[in-house]
Write a protein that binds this ligand. Structure first.
Ligand code: ADP
Ligand code: MG
Length: 211
């Protein structure tokens, strides 16, 4: 089982590196249209997940996702903390009692992204992390119906995530702190969309090596 939660410590370390190496640029983005704490919020969650990594590594995926969600809920402040906690707790709920093949995972992820939409009362096009998460979940649902290889699928998801980040630049923010700026939010990439993309790229890198 190459894609088991035994990979989790490696995944979370890779995410930590990706966020750390882009910390300055992301903070600049979040200072432009948010309150500048997004990297700090995420890094607190990442550190807590690194601390819990060994414990998570021995669980099955549904239990691992539940644990990840609970850790994020209790360690991260800010909107992004409760949204990511919602994502993982929902992913867990929707993946119990069925084999975790690609199609079932894609379905659970789509439902988890729906839960994030509900939690944040937001949708695509509002200049948030959802502008990465929604197209990535959609692309995975499509890919699960093809006979594409793991490498082809993760490469496709990475490209979709990058396009999602870039699309936030010209959007008017209507949710989160950036919405307070109205028209002045236009012209800046959303920090939460950027970190979602970086985390997806980091996960993809580990999965490609392992698969
Ligand atoms: P806060 O906005 O509370 O300071 P963070 O700075 O950690 O929280 O996270 C900000 C990011 O969270 C934004 O860049 C955006 O991508 C995302 N975000 C904010 N509000 C929402 C929402 N209602 N739905 C989805 N994502 C949101
Ligand atoms: Mg913030």
């Amino acid at each position: 089982m190459p894609l088991s939660p035994a990979l989790f410590p490696q995944i979370i370390d890779s995410i930590a590196d990706a966020i750390a190496s882009h910390a300055e640029a992301i903070t600049e983005l979040d200072q432009a249209i948010g309150d500048g704490d997004h990297v700090f919020n995420l890094q607190r969650g990442i550190q807590a997940l690194q601390d819990g990594g060994a414990e998570i590594a021995v669980l099955d995926w549904p239990a691992a996702w539940q644990k990840i969600g609970m850790i994020l809920m209790s360690s991260v402040g800010g909107a992004s903390g409760s949204l990511y906690a919602t994502l993982f707790i929902s992913l867990s709920k929707n993946s119990h009692d069925k084999p975790l093949d690609l199609r079932n995972f894609a379905c659970a992820l789509a439902l988890a992204v729906d839960a994030v939409k509900l939690r944040g009362k937001a949708d695509a096009g509002e200049k948030t992390m959802l502008d990465v998460l929604i197209p990535v979940a959609n692309a995975l649902t499509e890919a699960a119906e093809t006979d594409a290889t793991l490498t082809e699928i993760v490469d496709r998801l990475c490209r979709v995530a990058e396009a999602g980040v870039e699309a936030t630049r010209n959007m008017l923010a209507t949710k989160g702190r950036a919405s307070f700026l109205g028209e002045r939010s236009i012209g800046h990439i959303d920090a939460g969309a950027k970190t979602a993309q970086l985390m997806i790229a980091a996960i993809a890198g580990v999965l490609k090596q392992a698969g």
